[in-house]
Structure formats: structure tokens, C-alpha cells
Design a protein around this ligand. Sequence first.
Ligand SMILES: *[C@@H]1O[C@H](CO)[C@@H](O)[C@H](O)[C@H]1NC(C)=O
Ligand SMILES: *[C@@H]1O[C@H](CO)[C@@H](O)[C@H](O)[C@H]1NC(C)=O
Ligand SMILES: *[C@@H]1O[C@H](CO)[C@@H](O)[C@H](O)[C@H]1NC(C)=O
Ligand SMILES: *[C@@H]1O[C@H](CO)[C@@H](O)[C@H](O)[C@H]1NC(C)=O
Length: 192
Amino acid sequence: MNTSQNLFFFLLLSFYTLTIVIGQDETGFVSSINPKLLTKKVAASHFRFYWQDIVGGENATSIPIIQPLPKFNNSFSAFGLVRIIDNPLTLTPNLTSKLLGRAQGFYAATSQTELDFLMVQNFALFEGKYNGSTITISGRNVANDKVRELPVIGGSGVFRFAKGYAEARTISFDFITGDTVVEYNVYVTHHK
Ligand SMILES: *[C@@H]1O[C@H](CO)[C@@H](O)[C@H](O)[C@H]1NC(C)=O
Ligand SMILES: *[C@@H]1O[C@H](CO)[C@@H](O)[C@H](O)[C@H]1NC(C)=O
Ligand SMILES: *[C@@H]1O[C@H](CO)[C@@H](O)[C@H](O)[C@H]1NC(C)=O
Ligand SMILES: *[C@@H]1O[C@H](CO)[C@@H](O)[C@H](O)[C@H]1NC(C)=O
């Protein structure tokens, strides 16, 4: 390389560096945060509550918004069914026990052969320092399995940067009303 080539590459490199630096400053698109925000004062807790899927009656909290695909309408899998939920989270399996929060979101039947749901829900909690904070769950729920594990994918408020998982166990299913009670044990990190 001769001097003029060197100069050319130097200028080219400078130009790219300048562009990248200016690009950052101009857009403000991304900047670093203190990584301690992720680990500072982190605690982990186990929450247990009962998820009340009330599908019938005037006070239903779980409403079908999309019916199963016609081909699956009479099949056990109900493939395509989507229900939107605003389900009570209670202290005991008894619906009249203390209301600790609500599970808001939807679940969708996503298997053509068995009763599997994609669960997408926010657990909005009402108690004490958790009041107003949410735990976000997204995962697979094979309804016939004794225990289903669903990832906690994040949260808000004290659950900012949350990590964890939930275990779901069906406690009761009412064959007349179709109502279901599911015990949720949620193991999750949160701010102190
Ligand atoms: C529905 O809720 C109302 C108000 O809480 C209550 O009075 C009524 O008994 C409930 N109906 C049923 C079927 O549970
Ligand atoms: C599926 O079945 C339900 C109840 O039997 C009925 O209300 C609904 O209209 C049916 N949907 C389709 C797409 O056939
Ligand atoms: C649920 O709680 C109510 C009020 O405490 C009580 O009357 C009822 O018997 C309980 N139901 C069951 C199934 O334990
Ligand atoms: C939770 O917060 C709301 C809104 O700030 C408030 O109205 C409610 O009383 C609180 N609930 C509890 C159980 O502290």
C-alpha cells in the first residue's frame, strides 16, 4: 500500500466511526443502563393462588371470542378456540375466598390432537406491596397433565426484570358449569 491508499482507508474508517457515533447521538435509540439494575435488591418468592375459570352464567370471566375451527368443533382438542379471561385469583380454591388478583389475557387451543392451550396472561396482584404489579406468563398448558410448567417471561412494578416459572395443577372441574379451578404456584424473582 502506498501513502495515498493508506490515507484513503484511514478516511474511510474515520467516516464509518463518525457515522456510527453520530448515529447513536442523533437518534437516542439505545444507550447502556447500569447492569446493577438487574440484580439490585432482588428477592425470590413463591406465590400460591387459585385461578378461577368461570365459563358459564351471568358472571362468567372466561369468554370464547373465537370458536374452534369447523373441522375441530366437535373434537376434544377444540383447535382454534380462543377465550379471553379476567379470572379471579383467590386465596383458596373457594371462589368466595379472598381475591388476591386477577388473571387477564387469553388462552388458545393450539393442538389438533389433544387439549393443549397457549396461555398468555398477566397476573395483576392486589395485595400489599404487590398491589398494581403484574407477573406475565406465556407458555404451554397441556390440560390433562397433572402438573404443567409455564415460564414467567417478565413483569411490571416490583416484578420488573422478573424471571421464574409457574406450576399449574387442576384442582376441580365442574362437569355441569364447565368451571375450572387451577392451583398456580409461581416461583419468581422481584424487587425487595
Ligand atoms: C353474579 O354477581 C352478582 C353480583 O356480585 C351476584 O349478586 C349474583 O348472585 C351472581 N350470579 C351468579 C350466578 O353467581
Ligand atoms: C361450534 O359448536 C358450537 C356449540 O355446539 C356452536 O355454537 C358454534 O356455532 C359452532 N361453530 C362452528 C364454526 O360450527
Ligand atoms: C366457600 O366459602 C363460603 C363462605 O365462607 C362457604 O359458605 C362455603 O361453604 C364454602 N364452599 C366450600 C365448597 O367450601
Ligand atoms: C390497591 O391499589 C388500588 C389503587 O391504588 C387501591 O384502590 C386499592 O385499595 C389497593 N388494594 C389493596 C388491597 O391495598
